[in-house]
Write a new protein. Structure first.
Length: 209
């Protein structure tokens, strides 16, 4: 039916006069400018750049505000427990985030080689593996807090060997119970940190390209 309609329209269309010999054929009328979505693309790029700048500002300012709040709110004993927990969590995190760094290098290499399909595969794999490795690291770190006998030497190593006769020093079990919330919050942010590391590296590489 569509072909029949098209043939009917073609037969009913008036024939254009043939140009005289030696004369140029008439030029077609200028087509109206097409809307290629330039303004929409600029708005999306501007919105993405603003979001990226906001993420950078927050990544710098939030740790500063967090440390200031820790110094103002916690006692010296609890601050020492937080520092001891951070001293254990930082190398523990680096063991798992090393796998994410290798995936990020492969993504940037594929982007430099203009291998779009490989970049898509590696980006999806990097996000998935980052989420899995972050969950695994968080589960292992959370398992350490299940027993005070294991968790207390990690956050209060100096209080387990001495100082029990001093009334100014709080018991090691109290310090461990106070630092457990910080330990768990720091551990369960790793899945989001690992995924954000992959996405930040991808957007940074795309901006350079």
């Amino acid at each position: 039916r569509i072909l029949r309609w098209w043939r009917t329209r073609a037969a009913a269309a008036p024939l254009l006069p043939e140009p005289a010999q030696g004369s140029l054929p008439p030029s077609p009328p200028p087509s109206p400018p097409e809307d290629n979505g330039t303004w929409r693309s600029c708005f999306i790029n501007l919105f993405g750049m603003a979001g990226y700048v906001l993420a950078l500002v927050l990544s710098v300012e939030l740790p500063i505000l967090m440390q200031r709040s820790i110094q103002q709110s916690l006692s010296p004993t609890h601050r020492s427990a937080v520092l001891a927990a951070s001293a254990f969590l930082t190398p523990f995190e680096e063991v798992f985030i090393f796998l994410e760094d290798t995936m990020l290098v492969r993504i940037n290499y594929a982007m430099g080689a203009r291998q779009v399909r490989l970049v898509n595969q590696l980006l999806n794999a990097g996000i998935g593996l980052g989420l899995l490795s972050g969950l695994l690291a968080a589960l292992l770190a959370s398992a350490l807090t299940a027993s005070l006998a294991v968790f207390t030497p990690l956050v209060a190593p100096g209080h387990t060997t001495g100082g029990g006769a001093c009334s100014l020093i709080q018991p090691a079990e109290h310090i461990a119970s106070a630092a457990r919330a910080y330990f768990l919050l720091s551990a369960w942010q790793w899945p989001f940190v690992f995924v954000n590391k992959t996405l930040s590296g991808f957007f940074l590489g795309a901006g350079r390209g």
